[in-house]
Design a protein around this ligand. Structure first.
Ligand SMILES: Cc1cc2nc3c(=O)[nH]c(=O)nc-3n(C[C@H](O)[C@H](O)[C@H](O)COP(=O)(O)OP(=O)(O)OC[C@H]3O[C@@H](n4cnc5c(N)ncnc54)[C@H](O)[C@@H]3O)c2cc1C
Length: 396
């Protein structure tokens, strides 16, 4: 079996893994990022790049390149709730370089991070490289075994970082088991063909919930249902057509062409690891705390984890193995923001479950009505969504 040695191995080329790999490589840490897919072209993923992440891109000199890519700016989070237009959050007063969420297909954003990484001599991105097991020396994790295009390979490093997402296989190999109740909602994803120049309201709530993301020649649509409500049969498909058609009547005719195979079910999870590390190993991003799509903040939290980890590890990792105390400090810094956001997501899901119940036209909830009357609250929510509870800054 071929063998390679690095200072750090990052398993997973999602937002957390690529950002960590890029920042460590900039600090001179020889870092391998392993991604099991051959590209970043994954549909049905988060697309929101929040003001905190754009600020980070500015700090590391990538904002101009980011803004040159096709994107759409969202200065406020607004929605239609039972026919009424409401504003939930306003970013206009944020102390950041940009005061908006940027919508960008996740693959473009990941390509940008990967390209910036490849410009660093210490960055080694290995695509189609599937980490299958941890390597150990006694209790200590010393790397991974992976299936690579050239065959099986052993990759050794002072630190292995699991940034392999909510379905992380390797964390149970490390004895790290997540805790948390399953989410009460599932998300049904499908495409609706888009006419040139057509626009629809991004978020619609009432008798059901629908999100529609403009993807050029189609809308990527997300319909929220009660957990387990989708049975994968013609009756479920007919219910989807009926409810989505009622929320967005302009979609109704086009939904006739939708087939069962076109609908992807995403089982939402909110969980977290009680312990994010072992000797020689650290978990970050969704691998440490799976986020619900509610609020669309998962990418940004994953990136903040990566920045905090790079700030703590960058100066030492090129020459020394990080102590468990240092890994513990990273968890202590990043766990509270993740827990606060997850608690808010659970509250939001309570409302979404009521909305998802067929035949219930839910009235606008009181907190949302209050937010309409008090603009300061919209700015406060803009701060919570746009920056998160503990925004991180790149130190190099
Ligand atoms: C339906 C849905 C919609 C969402 N919408 C939004 C949104 O709009 N905005 C937002 O901010 N967040 C959103 N989120 C949350 C967001 O997608 C996640 O929180 C975020 O992607 C986590 O990033 P990550 O880098 O930790 O993990 P991931 O993005 O899951 O990346 C993990 C990577 O690791 C790779 N990998 C896994 N195992 C291995 C292995 N063994 N070897 C090599 N590679 C491996 C995977 O292929 C993947 O590329 C959404 C989540 C869901 C479920």
């Amino acid at each position: 079996m071929a063998e390679r040695t690095h200072d750090c191995i990052v398993v997973g080329g999602g937002p957390a893994g690529l950002m960590l790999g890029l920042l460590l490589a900039r600090a001179g840490v020889r870092t391998a990022v392993l991604e099991r897919h051959g590209d970043f072209l994954r549909d049905f993923r988060g697309d929101t790049i929040h003001p905190s992440t754009q600020q980070l891109l500015h700090e590391i000199g990538l904002l101009e390149r980011f803004l040159a890519l096709p994107h759409a700016d969202l200065p406020q989070v607004s929605m239609r709730f039972s026919g009424r237009r409401l504003v939930l959050a306003d970013f206009s007063r944020l102390p950041t370089v940009r005061q908006c969420i940027a919508f960008m297909p996740q693959w473009d954003f990941l390509d940008l991070l990967a390209d910036a990484g490849r410009e660093q001599a210490a960055f080694d991105l290995r695509m189609r490289c599937d980490a299958t097991a941890l390597l150990r020396d006694g209790e200590r994790v010393v790397g991974v075994v992976a299936d690579a295009p050239e065959g099986p390979v052993e990759l050794r490093a002072r630190l292995t970082v699991l940034a392999d997402g909510r379905d992380s296989r390797l964390r149970s190999d490390a004895g790290l088991e997540p805790v948390g109740a399953p989410s009460a909602i599932d998300v049904l994803w499908f495409r609706v063909p888009r006419e040139p120049g057509e626009s629809v309201t991004f978020m619609q709530l009432g008798d059901g919930a629908l999100l529609s993301i403009d993807r050029g020649d189609f809308f990527q649509a997300a319909h929220i249902v009660r957990r387990g409500a989708w049975r994968g049969d013609e009756a479920s498909l007919a219910a989807l057509r009926r409810r989505v058609g009622a929320l967005e009547p302009s979609f109704a005719a086009r939904l006739a062409g939708l087939r069962l195979d076109d609908v992807r079910v995403l089982r939402v999870r909110i969980d977290r690891l009680p312990r994010w590390y072992r000797d020689g190993l650290l978990a970050i991003g969704d691998a440490a705390h799976a986020m619900s799509p509610a609020g669309g903040v998962g990418i940004n939290l994953a990136i903040q984890d990566a920045v905090a980890a790079a700030n703590a590890l960058g100066p030492r990792l090129a020459s020394a193995r990080p102590s468990e105390a240092l890994l513990h400090r990273i968890q202590r810094r990043r766990e509270p923001p993740a827990r606060i956001v997850q608690a808010v997501q659970r509250r939001l899901e309570t409302m979404l479950v009521r909305v998802a119940e067929p035949g219930t036209r839910v009235p606008v909830p009181l907190p949302l009505r209050v937010v309409q009357r008090v603009p300061a609250l919209r700015h406060l929510l803009g701060r919570f969504i746009g920056l998160g509870p503990r925004p991180e800054h790149a130190t190099r």
